[in-house]
Design a binder for this molecule. Structure first.
Ligand code: ATP
Ligand code: MG
Length: 207
C-alpha cells in the first residue's frame, strides 16, 4: 500500500471513450482499475464530435455526455469531464492528457483503455509524450488479444478484468432491432435512450 501522506499525490484514472452509449463493460473496467491501482477518482471523458466514426454518425455530444453522467452519478469516485466535448472536433488523447495534466497539477494520471484501443497506441500522435504524461493501463476485452510486446517498458500495465462481452455497437444494433438493452447499460441510460429515441432512425449499421 502506498503512503499517501509521503507522496501527497492524487491518483487519477482517465477513461476516454465515445460512450455512445456508455455500458457496463466501461463501468466494470473503471471500477476494477480504481480498486487495483488504488485510484482516488476516475474521470470519464466523452470524446469530441468527429464528423463520423468509421461508417456511422455519432450521437450528439450532449446526449453522450448526459448518458455518461447518468451512469456514473451514484459512484462518489466517478466524475465526468467535458474537456474533449468543449474542445470540439476529433479527439486526440495527447490533447486530453495535456489539459488534464494542467488542470490536476499535483496528480498522477492513469489512462484506462481496452485491449482494442491499446493495440493502436504506438500509432497514436506523439506516442512518446503520451507515456510521459500518464501511466497506461490496458484491460482485457472479449474478442481482443491483450498483449503487445512493442509497448514501452514500465509505461503500460496490462490487467485482466471480469470480461463483459458488451459493446456500444451491439447496444445500438439491439435498440435499432427493438431488442432489450436492460442490464447491458444502467437503467437510467435505457430510459434516456428511449426518451431521446436514440439509435432508431435510421437503423445503425453494425461494425
Ligand atoms: P463502439 O462499439 O462504438 O466502438 P465501445 O463499446 O468500443 O463502442 P468505446 O466508447 O469505443 O466503447 O470505448 C471506450 C473505451 O472502453 C475503450 O478503451 C474500449 O476499449 C473500452 N471498452 C469498451 N467496452 C469494453 C468492455 N466490454 N470491456 C473492457 N473495456 C471496454
Ligand atoms: Mg470502441
Amino acid at each position: 500500500m502506498r503512503d499517501r501522506i509521503a507522496d501527497g499525490k492524487r491518483r487519477l484514472g482517465v477513461m476516454g471513450g465515445t460512450f455512445d452509449p456508455i455500458h457496463h463493460g466501461h463501468l466494470v473496467a473503471a471500477s476494477e482499475v480504481a480498486a487495483r491501482f488504488d485510484l482516488d477518482e476516475v474521470v470519464f471523458v466523452p470524446t469530441g464530435q468527429p464528423w463520423q466514426k468509421g461508417h456511422r454518425s455519432v450521437s450528439p455530444p450532449e446526449d453522450r455526455y448526459l448518458m455518461t453522467v447518468i451512469a456514473t452519478a451514484s459512484n462518489p469516485q466517478f466524475s465526468v469531464s467535458r474537456i474533449d466535448i468543449d474542445r470540439g472536433g476529433k479527439t486526440y488523447t495527447i490533447d486530453t492528457l495535456r489539459e488534464l495534466r494542467a488542470e490536476y497539477e499535483n496528480a498522477d494520471l492513469f489512462f484506462i483503455t481496452g485491449a482494442d484501443a491499446l493495440a493502436q497506441i504506438l500509432g497514436w500522435r506523439d506516442a512518446g509524450e503520451l507515456f510521459s504524461l500518464a501511466h497506461f493501463i490496458g484491460v482485457t476485452r472479449p474478442g481482443h488479444v491483450l498483449a503487445d510486446p512493442g509497448l514501452p517498458q514500465g509505461g503500460v500495465s496490462l490487467i485482466e478484468v471480469p470480461a463483459l462481452a458488451i459493446s456500444s455497437t451491439d447496444c445500438r444494433a439491439r435498440v435499432a432491432r427493438g431488442d432489450p438493452v436492460w442490464y447491458l447499460v444502467p437503467d437510467g441510460v435505457v430510459r434516456y435512450i428511449n426518451k431521446r429515441a436514440l439509435y432508431r432512425d435510421p437503423p445503425q449499421p453494425t461494425r
